[in-house]
Design a protein around this ligand. Sequence first.
Ligand SMILES: Cc1ncc(COP(=O)(O)O)c(C=O)c1O
Length: 375
Amino acid sequence: MKKFNWEKWPKYNKNHAKAVNEVIVSNQLFAADKVRKFEKAYSNYIGSKYVLGLGNATQGLQLSLHALGIGYGDEVIVTPYSWISSASCVLMQGAIPIFVDIEPESFGISPKSLERAITKKTKAVILVHMFGYPAKVKEISEICKKYSINLIEDASHAHGGKFKNQNLGTFGDISVFSLHQRKALPVGDGGIICTNKKKIFDDIYQMRSFGHKKLSYNYRMTEFAGALGLECLKNLDKENLIRRENHNFLAENLNNSIFRVIEPIKDSYAVYYSNLIEIDLPLKKQKDLLSYANSANLLLKRTWQPLNKNPSFMRENMNNNYAPWDNHYENFEEPNTLNLPISEEYQEKRLFELDCHPLITKKEIKEATEFLKSF
Ligand SMILES: Cc1ncc(COP(=O)(O)O)c(C=O)c1O
C-alpha cells in the first residue's frame, strides 16, 4: 500500500539556529532586545501602532479581555468553531461565553446570529479567522460599532491574511496571533497582541510582567521566541504565497462530486494555515475514508468539533462546581444544550482538513488527491 511521508512543519535553517544561538551566547534569555525588535518588526508588518509579545496567544486573549475591563457577569460572544482558548479565555476572566452559530461561507461567526445574541451584558465579540480563511470581519466590526461593543480578532491562524486589502488583525480593537510551533510564524510557544489604542497597550504592558501597582501576571515572551520570530517573519510572505499556490493546486486536482475544497469569501487574501475540505459522503463512509487515508500516513482529519460541547464548558468540570453564569440568570442554557445547526452540520458531519504547508510539494499534493479519489 502507498505510504505518504510528508515533511513536518516547521523546518528551521542555519539562520534560525544562528538567531537562537545568539541568545544563548548573550546570556539574556528573558524578554529584552530581541523581543522589542520583533514587536517593532511585527508592528511595521501589520500596521498596528502597538504590538506586545507574550508567552502564547491564550494569555493574549485573556489579557485582551482584561484590558477591555471585562469580568464577572459580562457576556462575550464567541464561536463554536475554534481552538478552546478562543472561549476558555472568557471563563478565565470570570465572564460568560455566549456561543453563537457560524455561517457556511467563511465558517466564522454569523453576523445575523451575532446581532440576535447581543444583550445589555454583551461587552465583546471574539472573532476567529479559522485556518487563515478571513471571517466576515467588516460586517461584524460594523455591528460591534453599532452596539458599542468591542471586537477582538483571534488571528492565530491568519498572519499575513487580508480582507479587502486590509490586514487581518487590524479591524478590531485588539488582535491576537499565536506563534505556536504549528503556526505560520513558529517559535515554539509565543503570542502577540496588536492594537492602536494606548490605553489597551498600557494595561497589557502592565499585566504581562509584574505590573507596578496592579496584581498581574508573568506572561512574557522569551528572547528565544523574539529571535526566532524575527527570523521567521522574513519568510512569511514568501511562504504564504506557497500556501496559496498549494491550496489552488489541491482544489484543481481534488474537486469532484464528493470532495469540495473550501474557497474563501470574496475580496479575501486567505493564508491557509490548513485547507478545509467538504466531503459529501455518509458518516460511515467518511470513517472508512479516514482509516484509508490515515493508514497510508496521509493526515486527512475531521475538523475541530463544536467547542460548546467541549467538557471544559460543562458545569461539572468547573472549579468548585461554580459557573460564571450562576447568580446572573434564572434559566441559562448550558453551552452543550445549545442549538447551533450550521456548526453541528459542518463541524460534525461535513468538514475535514488537510494541511498543505509550504514544505509540501505539488507532486505530493497530486499523489494525495489521486489516492483520495481512488477510495
Ligand atoms: C484559533 C486559536 N486561537 C488561540 C490559540 C491558542 O494559541 P496558543 O497555543 O499560542 O496559546 C490557538 C492554538 O492553536 C488557536 O488555534
